[in-house]
Design a protein around this ligand. Structure first.
Ligand code: GLY
Length: 397
């Protein structure tokens, strides 16, 4: 059954979002400078390593390039270089390139759809910013590896694990919407339409089955890879199979807005709009979501990363909407209010020993990993939101 795409949930905070927050330009610049200062300090401290996905007591331990989150650090370096023209940031980002290439060549922890996150924010970024050919080659190689995960019959990209692993076979997750820009980009770079066709079939299937009729989302969904049959939704990092994991919803907003950027199909905007309204309608007063949208009040933990990702997604979405669309202004203002709240109450400004930027993130609550901690993806998307707000931004995505 086709989803009734036109039935959108009504936006409840319309009055608040009718106006932007009252913060002066210096507020945003100070917030950006604070993050950039942290990144600069971390260049020396991190050396050739990467921050773990989540901190421990608000301090990241350092790890090798083996997790799905390595590129959030290089992405932050690229953002900081763009903003400051300080070559120390660019040099640091470029120094990681051979390691990203080696990860592909040696097949180090690459059985994941997160090749999109990994190579968009480490390699596509540098290619777009500096024309670095090595970065382009590595990103295209990553796109090829990502394509291996595409199950032709079901038309989906498997998220996790070996393709023959019966527990993970044919399982997709909403996060993958952010991995598709690597394929759209590869199609444009090479002229080979197959990357785009696979990405489009995946997002269309994800939207059809992962988005529920009330615009909440499953975190994950299984397909039978032999028959292509859609099987069932389930969660991995959310509260329950039928709840709505906050970060997943945020990935869905941003991912659909990015699929629109590459394909100009208005259906992606309608999906992003529905997901955005559901997300915005379940925020507490300070507009920073609890880790699952089933919770609208405490004592559950917030997930500042979901807030930062949603802010970026809302900015991408609002800029894509026609000028006459009333949601254009509402979504932009919502993004500004959310980011202002993060800047006011969710940074490590009062925790100088922290090497993170945003506090109160949740990596994996059911798995008891990184609960009420800094997350390196939260840091990255907070910086991206600030860069978008302060000086506008051409996405690496
Ligand atoms: N993509 C995994 C996560 O958001 O935790």
């Amino acid at each position: 059954m086709e989803k009734p795409y036109t039935e959108q949930e009504k936006l409840k905070r319309g009055k608040l979002f009718a106006s932007p927050p009252t913060e002066a330009a210096s507020f945003w610049q100070d917030a950006l400078d604070f993050g950039t200062g942290k990144i600069k300090k971390n260049i020396t401290a991190f050396k050739k390593k990467f921050p773990a996905p989540a901190s421990t007591s608000n301090v990241y331990t350092l790890i090798d390039n083996t997790d799905w989150t390595s590129s959030f650090w290089t992405g932050m370096l690229a953002l900081a270089w763009e903003g400051t023209a300080d070559r120390a940031f660019l040099k640091a980002a470029e120094a990681y390139l051979p390691g990203f290439r080696a990860r592909l060549d040696k097949r180090i922890a690459v059985e994941t759809h997160d090749l999109g996150f990994l190579y968009t924010l480490s390699c596509v970024s540098l290619w777009k910013l500096t024309g670095n050919q090595e970065a382009r080659d590595a990103a295209l190689k990553a796109a090829d590896l990502l394509m291996v995960r595409y199950h032709e019959k079901a038309g989906v990209i498997q998220a996790w694990g070996n393709l023959n692993d019966t527990k993970q076979q044919g399982r997709i997750i909403i996060d993958c919407a952010m991995n598709l820009p690597l394929l759209y980009w590869a199609a444009e770079e090479t002229g080979n339409p197959y990357y785009r066709e696979a990405a489009l079939r995946h997002i269309e299937n994800a939207n059809r089955y992962i988005i529920r009729s009330n615009w909440s989302t499953y975190h994950t969904y299984y397909f039978d890879t032999k028959t292509g049959k859609p099987l069932r939704g389930s969660t991995a990092q959310g509260y329950s199979d039928d709840s709505c994991w906050s970060r997943g919803q945020a990935w869905g907003i941003y991912g659909n807005a990015l699929s629109y950027r590459y394909n100009r199909d208005p259906l992606f905007l309608e999906n992003a709009r529905g997901l955005a309204r559901y997300f915005l309608n379940r925020l507490p007063d300070d507009l920073v979501a609890y880790w699952d949208l089933v919770f609208v009040k405490g004592p559950e933990e917030r997930d500042s990363s979901a807030a930062a990702i949603a802010a970026c997604g809302l900015l991408e979405l609002s800029a894509a909407l026609p000028y006459a669309d009333p949601d254009r202004r509402l979504f932009e203002n919502a993004a500004l209010h959310i980011t202002a709240s993060l800047a006011q109450s969710y940074t490590t400004a009062a925790i100088p020993r922290s090497n993170g930027i945003l506090i109160h993130g949740v990596y994996n609550k059911p798995g008891h990993i990184g609960v009420d901690e800094c997350t390196n993806f939260g840091d990255y998307f907070y910086m991206e939101a600030l860069v978008r707000i302060v000086r506008g931004w051409k996405p690496y995505w």
